[in-house]
Design a protein around this ligand. Structure first.
Ligand SMILES: NC(=O)c1ccc[n+]([C@@H]2O[C@H](COP(=O)([O-])OP(=O)(O)OC[C@H]3O[C@@H](n4cnc5c(N)ncnc54)[C@H](OP(=O)(O)O)[C@@H]3O)[C@@H](O)[C@H]2O)c1
Length: 339
């Protein structure tokens, strides 16, 4: 396992983080605990959850694991999130002080810990001034309930605004961004990656395998079936399978990943994860797994670094589709200046 600084902090986290969205859902408690044990065994020290994962069950499963593994609490960095509804009350959602203070206390209770290492706003809230959220994070650090603050699913302007407010008001900084990021979805490179580099914010990519696509297990000519995210729920599955399947870019990327994987004798998951872990500003890639076997495969990406040639092949094959302006050639030319 390799380690990096968590954004602009001095806290050290593994470059692979264990995501726990499957806990209490596709993965039983026994399998979830086996995943946590294996992850720590191979040197992983960073765990990501959220209050809404399985409506609190994911946090509870982690809480019971922490309670039964002596000394492990002090060895792991625990990240969770608040913002999405956990009840019907209109105030039981959003990034308000009201909702976040209740959500944070509930997460602390379910996890059975005194402090959450990284507390993240799960998404932007258009109804709440970001100043209120950032002041809440600052108060929560002072109260000892959280150590660091992060955000997820923000746009470029939202993240930049938040970063500047914390800097000019002397508030606890935003140290991480958790966005969707993988070879199939690279849109965060248009603006967010630059904000992160400029503001020392570490990127924690979610869905690093595009929900399973980058493992190579989905086929072009046959609809997914069986125990997989796309196969299990035909309604939900086809919504995600149809558009991605009919996009020629998907198959170009999968062909490129397969060719690198075959040459290396690595799995397609490992190659996709290795490419992502070495992208600029990425701190730690959040793994998702239904089974221990899947997790073992994905953990094989630890310490794997692609050659410049392999990286270029994958980066080229997955170039995001952009128009001329503002992210395409015309926009780039207008912003360019050299001495
Ligand atoms: N902040 C957010 O809004 C947000 C959103 C989504 C996720 N997340 C975080 O990111 C984590 C990872 O996201 P994700 O689960 O979408 O990641 P992902 O890696 O893109 O997809 C994981 C899924 O792919 C399949 N899979 C994984 N490894 C495999 C392998 N080696 N072979 C075959 N199939 C494999 C499994 O699903 P099947 O077996 O069911 O096919 C697994 O559940 C989550 O646990 C969560 O912590 C955050």
């Amino acid at each position: 396992m390799e380690y990096r600084k968590l954004g602009g902090t001095g806290t050290i986290v593994s470059t692979l983080c264990l995501g726990t969205m499957t806990f209490g859902n596709e993965s039983s408690e026994e399998v979830s605990h086996a995943q946590l044990d294996r992850f720590v065994e191979v040197g992983g020290n960073f765990i990501d959850t959220a209050d809404v994962y399985s409506r609190g069950t994911s946090e509870e499963v982690i809480g019971r694991w922490l309670a039964t593994r002596s000394g492990v609490r002090d060895k792991v960095v625990i990240a969770t999130k608040g913002r999405f509804p956990m009840g019907d009350d209109p105030n039981a959602a959003g990034l308000t002080r009201v909702n976040l203070s209740r959500a944070l206390d509930a997460s602390l209770r379910r996890l059975g810990v005194d402090t959450i290492d990284l507390y993240q706003a799960h998404a932007w809230d258009p109804l709440t001034p970001i100043e209120e959220t950032l002041a809440f994070f600052d108060d929560a650090v002072r109260a000892g309930k959280i150590r660091y603050a992060g955000v997820s699913n923000f746009l470029g302007w939202q993240l930049q605004k938040a970063a500047l407010i914390t800097r000019f008001r002397g508030l606890t900084p935003i140290v991480t961004l958790q966005p969707q990021y993988n070879l199939l979805a690279r849109e965060i490179e248009f603006e967010l990656v630059d904000v992160c580099r400029n503001e020392d914010i570490g990127i924690l990519p979610w869905s690093p395998l595009g929900g399973g696509w980058l493992t190579g297990k989905y086929q072009r000519d046959s609809e997914p079936t069986g125990a997989s995210r796309l196969g299990e729920d035909p309604g939900r599955g086809m919504e995600a399978y149809g558009p991605r399947n009919s996009d020629t870019r998907t198959w170009r990327i999968l062909d490129a990943v397969r060719s690198v994987a075959d040459q290396r004798g690595a799995s397609m998951s490992q190659v996709s994860l290795a490419w992502l872990a070495d992208r600029p500003a990425v701190t730690s890639v959040i793994l998702g797994a239904r089974t221990l076997q899947q997790l073992d495969d994905n953990l094989g990406a630890a310490g794997l670094h692609l050659s410049d040639k392999e990286t270029a092949l994958l980066t080229e094959a997955s170039t995001p589709v952009v128009g001329e302006y503002p992210y395409g050639p015309q926009g780039v030319a207008q912003r360019d200046r050299k001495i």
